[in-house]
Design a protein around this ligand. Sequence first.
Ligand code: ADP
Length: 276
Amino acid sequence: MADQHRDLDDLIDALRVRPDEAVDLRERPTDADFGMDKEAALARLADTRTAIDLLQQRLYAEGTRSVLLVVQAMDAAGKDGTIRNVLTGLNPAGIHVTSFKAPGGPEVQHDYLWRVHQAVPRRGEIGVFNRSHYEDVLVVRVKRFVPETVWRRRYEHIRHFEQLLTDEGTTVVKVFLHVSKDEQARRFQERLDDPEKRWKFRAGDLDDRALWDDFQAAYTEAIERTTTKDCPWYVVPADSNSRRNMAVGEILRRTLERLDPRIPDPEEGLDGVKVV
Ligand code: ADP
């Protein structure tokens, strides 16, 4: 059992992108079983959620630090499903999920990090971003919403921004859910064919699919330029939902374990106090 855990540690660690590592998404697996069948992955995630819940309680009690999990992916890779499955059953008071859509209203009157900074978790919380400031070097680049000179300098802004968060007590960890083009087609078709799922499909999804290579190139560069020792990217195989969810759970759990949040010392003089 201990060996199995060590193997899983290695497999999860292999998903992490080191600083200065060249990323070739075509070489990175979209399908991996981590040595588990579906049932084993579901059971493992259930254990992981229990562990995360305990660690989150301690993080809250400690009240000085927070964790930000950034989730990015191509359409239908399963951002929503991952977030739901990893966080189900945790104390909602300690978790804050923010979904970023195309900016509007006051957001467009400010710099692109303005809305993001407001959404970072409070001390003691786990924050999850469903899309994020990375859209400003992804869709914005691919759809040519701003000139290259503008999006290119953002990598540096983002590195500094995330370092600021790190320095001030927020641990940032980023996952790219890596789905294959074939699996995306299968999931889109399923959405179109199933009346219960059709609401998830937008005609624009096919326009983005036609830009697959451009998006992969944008992801590649974003990951390479913003993975750091403190704020790493993980490229998570996403063709299997159960293994994808398990892997993201492991990443979050390991991040919290490394922080090792401590319950504060109780006030002095409470020994032997009887409540009457
Ligand atoms: P999701 O696909 O995340 O489930 P939606 O279908 O509502 O949710 O899509 C949100 C859209 O918002 C995506 O197409 C995404 O590219 C877009 N978006 C998010 N952030 C930005 C941004 N900063 N600039 C432009 N578009 C953005």
